[in-house]
Design a protein around this ligand. Structure first.
Ligand code: MTE
Ligand code: MO
Length: 257
């Protein structure tokens, strides 16, 4: 029996559409496979600062990084802050690579290498001459925890001005290391001079404890915990990326929020 005109053409339409859909799907599969082969066979990035990922992946990551950096910093973006009462009394603690035990402040100096190679040895008392800045914000660790914490110290930008390091701050990165150089981070300059970045020597209105990085640690709210180096010993400036403990293990170099 012959189907009515209307029904027949609908059926034909469906068949045609199904055919086209399969065609598109097929082309997509071939394309995806091709893209995967291309990525798979692409060279690894040059060894060094970051752990060997495929070059195009790292390139994409870097592009994303630059995009978000422009976005966040062009708006003078500030990390959300909280009233002091909301700060945790029992502050969480993570790893202590290069910052175990207690280092008597009188046996410590912050060693800053200037552009001309000269090394400044700065004491904690000298850093305390800079007006103190406090911050209460949500500290975030890449391992999946966060906590509202209260820190205080000298803003990094105030430190730069106080010690006449403006020329150094025109460079692209600042590198920080523990005194024993076992833990180290590289920070892009826009994040370092961000108005909420602090060289902290107090937590909850008390001098920093050993486990939280005394005598001086970095508090950089625009970054994940891994970049908040505890017990800073050395500081240097460069236009190339300084070595970075977790970036060498494959973590994102920028580690921004
Ligand atoms: N010297 C040093 N700094 C460090 C670390 C470390 O192992 N050694 N761990 C980092 C990580 S992963 C986090 S989450 C924070 C934890 O700081 P806290 O112990 O004060 O909570 O410190 C960061 N700074
Ligand atoms: Mo962390």
């Amino acid at each position: 029996m012959k189907k009515p005109e209307q029904e027949q053409s609908t059926e034909q339409n469906i068949k045609r559409r199904t055919f086209i859909s399969f065609g598109i799907f097929g082309a997509y599969v071939v394309g995806a496979y091709g893209a995967w082969r291309w990525l798979y066979k692409s060279p690894d990035e040059t060894a060094g600062i970051t752990a060997g990922a495929h070059k195009p992946l790292r390139r994409a990551l870097n592009k994303t990084e630059i995009f978000f950096r422009r976005l966040t910093f062009s708006e003078n973006h500030l990390v959300k802050t909280y009233p002091k009462e909301m700060a945790a009394a029992n502050v969480r603690h993570n790893s202590d690579i290069g910052s175990e035990g207690v280092l008597p402040p009188e046996k410590w100096t912050l060693n800053v290498t200037k552009k001309n190679g000269q090394v400044m040895q700065i004491t904690l008392d000298q850093i305390k001459e800079i007006p103190k800045t406090e911050i209460v914000y949500d500290f975030k660790c890449v391992e999946g925890w966060d906590q509202i914490q209260h820190w205080a110290g000298a803003r990094f930008i105030d430190f730069i001005k106080h010690f006449g390091l403006e020329e150094e701050a025109k460079m692209d990165y600042v590198g920080l290391e523990t005194p024993d150089k076992k833990y180290y981070v590289g920070i892009d300059m826009p994040s370092a001079i961000h108005p909420q970045t602090i060289l902290a020597y107090e937590m909850n209105d008390k001098p920093l404890q050993g486990r939280h990085g005394q005598p001086l640690r970095l508090i950089i709210p625009v970054k994940y915990g891994i970049k908040n180096l505890k017990r800073i010993g050395n500081m240097n400036f460069s236009n190339t990326r300084p070595h970075d403990y977790w970036a060498e293990q494959g973590y994102d170099y920028y580690s921004g929020l």
